[in-house]
Ligand binder design. Sequence first.
Ligand code: HMG
Ligand code: MG
Length: 299
Amino acid sequence: MIPKAVRIVEVGPRDGLQNEARIVPVSARIRLIGDLLAAGCRTIEAGSFVSPKWVPQMEGTAEVLSAFKHRTDASFPVLVPNEKGFDDALAAGAKEVAIFAAASETFSRKNINCSIAESMNRFASVAGKAKQHGVKLRGYVSCALGCPYEGGIGAEAAVRVARQLHELGCYEVSLGDTIGVGTPERARNLVRLVAGELPLGAIAVHFHDTYGQALANIYACLEEGVTVIDSSVAGLGGCPYAKGASGNVATEDAVYMLNGLCITTGIDIKAVAKAGQAILDLIGKTNQSKVASALLSSS
Ligand code: HMG
Ligand code: MG
């Protein structure tokens, strides 16, 4: 049942850097993505087209995207919260965008300043435009296993949002444990329930590692047949609207476990660890990846 290959969606340049107190210059974001490409990453979230008043860290995403327009061998999805974001992304040459809804009403308001129902109306407009322009559409369900404001979230809320995003045309829906509170059986149960509504191949998982459960959760989801995993180089990040949340599972840690399971990813683990260390040196942070720390100290 465990898959033979997994696609890693590297979210460090977006989910990681959006949460850094220090705004990382566009040139360093471009260098990081270049290093990740050289390490074999082929899906790299390049940034977001959101309000710079809300998330100033992601200003300049158009410039980041344009640096990679020649790279037809990789995808560079960008987050868009509304039509304006989509229009800006399209003008910058985006071929794939991600819309992001939440399973929690309060989080939806804090993150994108509207209710879940309103967000779905906005996303329907984005989806219509994406279809018209041949832009691929990915979707996120934030707070799928818990909310920083409301606490527990019933699985049915996450399943409903996942179904709605898929119906809007998302080829893939990523189940986000935004604050990393999930545990393996809850993660497994959620995947099972979502797989009752959309194809298994359309489900991705996105675990933040706040409570150190991300790898265990991923393993449980692999056992359910999930083949797409979001991760962040060096475990960078958090969420600006989820205080105290850690970054995603580190790409290096996920790839090390997948390598041990003989699951191919196409990623060179040492090269990805070096890419992560280079950006950490720039922003002055310590590595959140145990695997990267071990590999880099032994080489
Ligand atoms: P709002 O203030 O309600 O927007 O924000 P508005 O429509 O009232 O417009 C106000 C101003 O924002 C206007 O400018 C608009 O032009 C501008 P002004 O007239 O004042 O000069 N504006 C924009 N500017 C740039 N790009 C845009 C855009 N839209 C409006 N797209 C809005 C609503 C959605 C824009 C805001 O709340 C926002 O940008 N939120 C983004 C928050 C965010 O990026 N959060 C992090 C990503 S989610 C996440 O990390 C979770 C995830 O990883 C999954 C998981 O972990 O579970 C995905
Ligand atoms: Mg996230």
